[in-house]
Design a protein around this ligand. Structure first.
Ligand SMILES: NC(=O)c1ccc[n+]([C@@H]2O[C@H](COP(=O)([O-])OP(=O)(O)OC[C@H]3O[C@@H](n4cnc5c(N)ncnc54)[C@H](O)[C@@H]3O)[C@@H](O)[C@H]2O)c1
Length: 251
């Protein structure tokens, strides 16, 4: 019960890693505000959590209005102790294929969105001596084939975390990221159905591929808890060993 009497905001909580995070923080006593785009999915997840400690709202976090609405809502609940920046999309394709519009949507959602929600919650986090956990990716620590826009967005998160951690330290606010590899979610649904592709992932992701989102949520809860009070500015691979490899193929 590390989050008893704590208020935790989880963005992208309608499915996948965000849903698992909302469930994990809730199971450890938190009051959780779940945010995402789809009312239907959010209502379903929120409806399965304790009614007296669960709030939800839809918002488009790629917009300033959406990010500000989240800050206002959580202020009304008493202010955020923990912000889990997790909402994201993945734009695939090579530089020939990705339009400027798609690039902008990718960066606006995955990078500017994280910046805006953090910015508008920052005063609350300072007041609570709280912390931020961002869902980055192994794709923020190295490149993927045909995913450069996503890689750029998550690469931006890598240094967003480091630099905000430096500024936040003197204010009592910690900032960290988890960097998952392939994890079961709506985002990866099509990939998961491709057995030949999954065999390739199992070669490169030694512990578990695709990963259970609950395993990612467990690492998030650790980083957000007092157990991690000396940890800030970290991009933590939660990747079943992917980043342990130097990139050479298995023999
Ligand atoms: N699944 C993976 O393999 C994997 C690996 C590494 C990192 N990630 C990251 O994990 C995070 C969660 O993704 P997931 O895999 O659980 O996918 P998902 O599609 O199941 O969940 C994404 C969530 O983000 C929300 N969202 C997207 N755009 C939004 C917007 N503009 N405003 C508000 N909410 C928005 C969706 O509503 C949904 O709730 C993402 O940041 C993703 O990049 C996923």
């Amino acid at each position: 019960m590390r989050f008893d009497n704590k208020i935790v905001v989880v963005t992208g909580a309608g499915s996948g890693i965000g849903e698992a995070a909302a469930r994990r923080f809730s199971s450890e006593g938190a009051t959780v505000l779940l945010v995402a785009r789809s009312e239907e999915k959010l209502a379903k997840v929120a409806g399965s959590l304790p009614a007296d400690r669960t709030q939800w709202m839809t918002a488009d976090l790629s917009t300033e209005d959406g990010a500000k609405a989240v800050a206002a809502k959580v202020q009304g609940l008493g202010g955020a102790d923990v912000l889990v920046n997790n909402a994201g999309i993945a734009v695939g394709g090579t530089i020939e294929e990705v339009s400027v519009e798609d690039w902008n949507t990718q960066i606006q959602t995955n990078l500017t969105g994280y910046f805006m929600v953090t910015k508008f919650l920052w005063d609350q986090l300072k007041a609570k001596k709280g912390n931020v956990v961002m869902t980055s990716s192994v794709s923020g620590l190295g490149g993927d084939w045909g995913m450069f826009a996503y890689n750029a967005s998550k690469g931006g998160v890598t240094n967003l975390v480091r630099a905000l951690a430096l500024d936040g330290a003197k204010l009592g606010v910690r900032v960290n990221a988890v960097n998952p590899a392939l994890t079961k979610s709506d985002m990866t649904k099509d990939m998961l159905e491709n057995e030949a592709l999954m065999a390739k992932f199992r070669e490169r992701q030694p512990l578990e591929a695709p990963a259970d989102p609950a395993g990612v949520a467990a690492a998030m809860a650790f980083l957000a808890s007092d157990d991690a009070r000396l940890i800030t500015g970290v991009n933590l691979p939660v990747d079943g060993g992917v980043m342990a490899s130097n990139g050479q193929p298995p023999q």
